[in-house]
Design a protein around this ligand. Structure first.
Ligand SMILES: Cc1ncc(COP(=O)(O)O)c(C=O)c1O
Length: 338
């Protein structure tokens, strides 16, 4: 059954599609491009604005008056959901991993500024990569979101539950539409097709939507940042659901998930990511973040170096945002040294 696709325009679209000539020259690739979903506008931008366009439309269609979601304490998705709720006059409950924090910086500071009600889970958090252990982390946090929604309902509101990262079928459909947007931008960029897209994989919805929306001749490399333990299974499942919901053919291309770049886990700093962050800043004036986009860029650089991405290919780095995390306490020391 095709899902009705309505938007509640929160994102500023289309986002720019630009060459990265100086980084490309440094890496020895002539056709390196960036899709600037860090510039979606809503609450300092990022990939979740596209998903929230559709998710909020669905929430309003269903008569809901409160958004309930969650993630890690520095979740970009949580920050942008809080802003979307403010824009639309909805309540917002955020279920955040770990203990309450007195000192609020970066995304958490904005969550509070946008007026969200914060619920901390104490010992539950995203980022446990063993599926069994993750019952206490990723899926434990999902259950905590549902529990909060039940309490919100018992208090008389109509909650709309958004899974971690907005990784529902509706959320993934947003990236089927984003694939169409990019396809329409190719002629102006002087190319007719894309060989490889590299994108960060958190909850998997962005990758899944792109897999459903781009031609099977394009390889989409999702770079696992250590949020979710079952990306290999969930990305293709979500891609098939998003394809069906948007009336596309179910993707036949395999989901490529690169598990080599999360380091010690979700949010952990890695040397290749720091180098990717520094290079992209110095050569292109573009800010990445240590949790998502710099790990994706590190994977792109590694794959160019070892030949898994051909230097003659048309390569797109899909920038999903996240730079707000540059201002969190957690990274102040390590980033000060760059
Ligand atoms: C900046 C940033 N990049 C990438 C992602 C990953 O997107 P997805 O959850 O759709 O895999 C997220 C959220 O998880 C994010 O906040």
């Amino acid at each position: 059954m095709a899902t009705r696709v309505t938007r509640r325009p929160l994102a500023t679209l289309p986002t720019p599609f630009e060459p990265m000539p100086r980084l490309g020259a440094h890496l020895g690739v002539a056709n390196l491009f960036v899709k600037r979903d860090d510039l979606t506008g809503l609450a300092l931008g990022g990939n979740k604005a596209r998903k929230l366009d559709l998710l909020c439309a669905d929430a309003l269609d269903r008569g809901c008056d409160a958004l309930v979601t969650g993630g890690g304490v520095q979740s970009n998705h949580a920050r942008m959901t809080a802003a979307a709720a403010s824009r639309l006059g909805l309540g917002c409950h955020l279920v955040l991993g770990g203990p309450p924090r007195d000192r609020k910086t970066a995304n958490l500071l904005l969550d509070q500024l946008f007026g969200a009600t914060l619920h901390f889970t104490d010992d539950l958090d995203v980022g446990e990569l063993e599926l069994e252990a993750s019952a206490d982390s990723y899926y434990g946090l999902e259950r905590a979101i549902t529990d909060v929604a039940e309490r919100v309902r018992a208090d008389g509101a109509q909650p709309y539950v958004i899974p971690i990262g907005g990784a529902s079928t509706v959320g993934a459909v947003a990236y089927v539409l984003a694939a169409d947007e990019l396809t329409a931008q190719l002629p102006d960029a002087g190319i007719t097709d894309i060989d490889t897209v590299v994108v960060a994989d958190g909850s998997g919805g962005t990758h899944a939507g792109l897999l459903a929306g781009l031609p099977s001749t394009t390889t989409i490399v999702g770079v696992d940042v250590g949020t979710r333990p079952d990306l290999d299974d969930e990305v293709p499942t979500l891609a098939a659901d998003a394809a069906r919901a948007s009336g596309r053919s179910v993707p036949i291309a395999a989901a490529v998930v690169d598990h080599d770049h999360f380091g010690d886990g979700y949010g952990a700093v890695t040397e290749p990511a720091l180098e990717a962050l520094r290079l992209t800043a110095r050569l292109e004036g573009i800010a990445l973040d240590p949790v998502y986009s710099a790990k994706a860029m590190a994977a792109l650089i590694t794959r160019l170096a070892d030949g898994r991405i051909d230097r003659a290919a048309n390569v797109v780095f899909w920038h999903t945002g996240g730079a707000v995390a540059l201002f969190s306490d957690r990274y102040a020391d390590v980033l000060s040294a760059l």
